[in-house]
Design a protein around this ligand. Structure first.
Ligand code: ADP
Length: 451
């Protein structure tokens, strides 16, 4: 029950409640109807037997049973009641109906119920003069059968009512939950694409869910603004740092030329290295900023497999150095997409250099293509050191390095994946990663295909 959706829980509980109420109603109907049936049968037998007993004239040799159609004539069957006349324990007049046990003892003025061979009889005995007894026997089965038919019909219609209630309930709840589905879809889209510009459509009734959606939208406004402020800040800082860093670099190089003392020279070289490291950071940060401003006019139809192949080839030197085998599969379908060539080359360069950097000596890199709905997937799979599970969600964050001690050289700034993610997002795609420590990592870049 815990894992069921609220919708299913409500439908199950409320159908169960309706079924329970109908069940209780049904039970009351069944027991009261049977009681009424027996009461009525008892009253009918008593009245009919008393009436007939009053009609029978007694003569010296026994009861005079006038027959025929006249009023007052005696009939062994009247108003559904069968009559027998006993003398002591023996039947003197009339014949026992089939399946009635005639040995049932006489009990004057009292109702007896006999259940025999699947039949139910209501029996009433009245004493007459001369030691005779008039017994009225009523077959309750006919009425019970009609009652059972009515109850069966009521049972079937109750099942139909329960079914209709469940269907009706499902439709009502489905409708009531539609806005919640919208909120969920928007939240899922934001979570997947990290696109904080999306908002929940609030074109539904102004109820509590509407207020919730409005509140979520207001929150998204704030989140979007703060993200954009943060991006603007890093862009401004990079711009501001660029010129002083270039000046520092030039001045340090000038000082290096002029310096005569070896120790001073070494110190200046170290300054130059640090400055160029900082320049590197600034350049990459500016690249991220610039990639966000890419215009539609800078996008072309590109063949992804060609771009990937070209990029992989440009790293052949690095691959050979580490004795790594790199295989780029030829796709059997069109891998055309719309994008900016320079930026997409940057993306695949980052992913391929990472796959080399974090691979083992003698490792392999397999690059394959697949299709999923409207997307082309580029799978870059390496046999490297892998990424710890706890850190995998952070690797796309700027300046994040999964393990600084393992980072192979100073040029690992932790900005490559942040740029790659940003660029792919701008192209309407996404990058996902799966990894197993000491086994390898697979990055999947999905981009929209064009026909
Ligand atoms: P870096 O410049 O450090 O490579 P990236 O943004 O490209 O920065 O990557 C961030 C971090 O993600 C890296 O420092 C590394 O720890 C981890 N990483 C990226 N790609 C791989 C990979 N193919 N295998 C293992 N770890 C990787």
């Amino acid at each position: 029950m815990k894992k069921l959706s609220i919708k299913k829980k409500i439908i199950i509980l409320y159908t169960f409640l309706i079924a329970l109420l109908i069940g209780i109603d049904f039970y009351i109907l069944d027991t009261t109807a049977s009681k009424i049936l027996i009461d009525q049968a008892e009253r009918g037998v008593i009245t009919a037997t008393d009436e007939i007993a009053a009609l029978i004239k007694m003569e010296d040799d026994g009861p005079y049973l006038e027959s025929g159609d006249d009023e007052g004539a005696f009939h062994f069957y009247h108003d559904g009641v069968i009559f027998l006349i006993y003398s002591g324990q023996n039947i003197s007049y009339g014949s026992t109906p089939t399946n009635f046990d005639s040995t049932l003892s006489i009990s004057l003025g009292e109702i007896q119920i006999q259940e025999h061979n699947g039949m139910t009889w209501v029996v009433y005995d009245v004493s007459m003069s001369g030691g005779y007894v008039l017994r009225g026997i009523y077959d309750i089965q006919v009425m019970a059968d009609s009652l059972n038919r009515i109850i069966l019909f009521a049972g079937i219609s109750s099942l139909v009512v329960i079914l209709l209630t469940a269907i009706g309930g499902f439709l009502i709840i489905e409708r009531a939950f539609r806005p919640i589905k919208k909120i969920y879809k928007t939240a899922a889209a934001i979570e997947q694409k990290e696109d904080y510009s999306k908002r929940i459509e609030t074109n539904f009734a102004k109820d509590e869910i509407y207020e919730l959606a409005e509140m979520v939208n207001q929150m998204l406004d704030k989140v979007e603004k703060s993200i954009s402020r943060e991006k603007q800040f890093s862009s401004n800082v990079s711009h501001e740092l660029r010129t002083p860093l270039t000046v520092m670099q030039a001045q340090a190089e000038y000082l290096l030329e002029k310096a005569e003392n070896i120790t001073v020279k070494e110190e200046i070289k170290s300054i130059i290295a640090q400055v160029s490291f900082m320049e590197n950071i600034v350049t990459q940060l500016l690249e991220i900023t610039r990639s966000r401003q890419i215009a539609d006019s800078e996008m072309d139809i590109l063949n992804l497999s060609e771009i990937v192949e070209y990029t992989a080839e440009s790293y052949s030197g690095m691959v050979e150095e580490k004795k790594i085998k790199i295989n780029v599969e030829k796709p059997k379908f069109s891998t055309n997409t719309v994008g900016n060539q320079t930026l997409l080359i940057r993306v695949f360069s980052n992913l391929i250099t990472n796959a080399i950097k974090y691979n083992k000596v003698d490792g392999t890199i397999n690059i394959s293509f697949s299709e999923e709905l409207d997307n082309i997937l580029v799978n870059i799979k390496d046999t490297g050191i892998g990424i710890p599970k706890a850190k995998i969600d952070m690797i796309f964050n700027p300046f994040y390095r999964a393990d600084e001690s393992r980072t192979p050289n100073d040029y690992s700034l932790g900005l490559g994946l942040a740029l790659a993610k940003e660029v792919v997002k701008i192209h309407g795609g996404d990058i996902t990663v799966t990894s197993e420590e000491s086994v390898g990592t697979t990055f999947v870049v999905s981009l929209l295909k064009v026909k």
